[in-house]
Each structure stands twice: as structure tokens, then as C-alpha cells.
Design a protein around this ligand. Structure first.
Ligand SMILES: N[C@@H](CCC(=O)N[C@@H](CS)C(=O)NCC(=O)O)C(=O)O
Length: 202
């Protein structure tokens, strides 16, 4: 089994942290976008969208989409449970993971794609949309601060994939100049907590 990786990518990072939290060691192969490696036929045969991460199983099966990769790893390696321990908690983890992905990670990815030099000439950039997304992400962080008051981790105080998704979103946020405002004490305390985990640099 191997993971096709893009080291700075938030989606690849969430899979790497998930793997580290499971205590697994899966070899990674860094795909160099700057050399167009993700557009070569051999890579497109693994993921026709040319995106990372991809988990390739020993029989050659390729699983794309970070959430799907995490699902596979959870089923193969249930301990520690990162996707919930019973039907209600599994639904809550999925609910929060989707919220963290759609409401916070995606807007921050849009800030990056629509405002960063790296994507000039690669994507059709609409910088105004990037700025709208920056504001949207900040509004959602304010909302989240109230939601997680008194919680050690997002779902029932237990560390789950929803925390990993938000953690990777906020790492990207720092890189694109969207920092968690100081007055959001709950989100800041939560971030310090996940950043102190041994897997934070995976
Ligand atoms: N929904 C996918 C998104 C994958 C994705 O967009 N990966 C980005 C890096 S964060 C990528 O590989 N971009 C390269 C490209 O679009 O050419 C997932 O969760 O894995």
C-alpha cells in the first residue's frame, strides 16, 4: 500500500495525520505538481482528476478522496476509532467533518486558489471571490467558537477526523493569511490542543 502525496496540501495532510493517529506506517510518494507529474498518463490512471491524495492498495486498487481513504483505513484498522464509536456518533462525526470541510476548508482553499501567485495562469482566478471566501471563513470561525465552547474536541470531546479536517484547514489558513482572531478563545485553545498532538507534523 502507498500514498501518493502532495506535502503542503490540506487534503493530503488530513490523510497523513489520520494514518499517524492510527499508528500506521504507509510509504508516501510525493507527486511534484510543478513538474506536471500529476498530469502524466501513469498518474491519471490512478486518479483521472490528477489530484492528490491517492491511496494505492497492494492489488493496484486506487482510492481517491481523502474522506474515502480515511473510511477505508478506519474499516481496516478500527482502533483508535476516528469516525465514531456507534451509529449516533458516526453520524455526528460525519456531520461535523462535512461542516469543517464545506464551511471552513473549502473557503480557505478558494482563498488560496483565487488569490495566490502559484495558480496564476493555471486556474481562472477571481480575486474578489477569494476575498469573499476569506470573509466567509472568518464568519464561520466565529460561529464555530460558540459551537465548541466547553468541548475538548469537536464531537463529544473525542478526537476524530472532524478535528483533523479543521486542523488542516487552519494550517492552510495561516499560509494564506487567514489567522484565527485572538478573541476566538475556544478555537485558539482547541488549535493549541491539536497542534500539541504528536501527529500534528505528519
Ligand atoms: N476532494 C478531494 C480534493 C483533492 C484535491 O483537490 N487535492 C489538491 C490538493 S489539496 C490537488 O491535488 N490539486 C492538484 C490539481 O488540482 O491539479 C479530496 O478530499 O481528496
Amino acid at each position: 500500500m502507498k500514498l501518493y502525496d502532495l506535502p503542503p496540501s490540506p487534503n493530503a495532510r488530513r490523510v497523513r495525520i489520520f494514518i499517524a493517529e492510527k499508528g500506521l506506517e504507509i510509504p508516501t510518494i510525493a507527486v511534484d505538481m510543478t513538474k506536471g507529474e500529476n498530469k502524466r498518463a501513469d498518474y491519471l490512471a490512478k486518479n483521472s482528476l490528477g489530484k492528490m491524495p491517492v491511496l494505492e492498495l497492494d492489488d493496484g486498487t486506487c482510492i481517491t478522496e481523502s474522506a474515502a481513504i480515511c473510511r477505508y483505513l478506519e474499516e481496516m484498522h478500527p482502533e483508535p476509532p476516528l469516525l465514531g464509536r456507534d451509529p449516533v456518533e458516526r453520524a455526528q462525526v460525519e456531520m461535523w467533518n462535512r461542516r469543517m470541510e464545506l464551511e471552513i476548508l473549502l473557503p480557505l482553499i478558494n482563498v488560496f486558489s483565487h488569490t495566490h501567485e502559484m495558480w496564476k495562469g493555471v486556474l481562472t482566478q477571481i480575486p474578489e471571490w477569494g476575498e469573499v471566501c476569506r470573509e466567509n471563513a472568518l464568519t464561520r470561525l466565529e460561529w464555530l467558537d460558540g459551537e465548541i465552547a466547553g468541548r475538548e474536541y469537536i464531537v463529544n470531546g473525542t478526537h476524530t477526523v472532524a478535528d483533523i479536517t479543521l486542523q488542516c484547514a487552519l494550517v492552510l489558513g495561516k499560509a494564506v493569511g487567514v489567522r484565527v482572531p485572538e478573541n476566538l478563545a475556544n478555537v485558539n485553545a482547541w488549535f493549541d490542543r491539536v497542534a500539541a498532538r504528536p501527529t500534528a507534523r505528519a
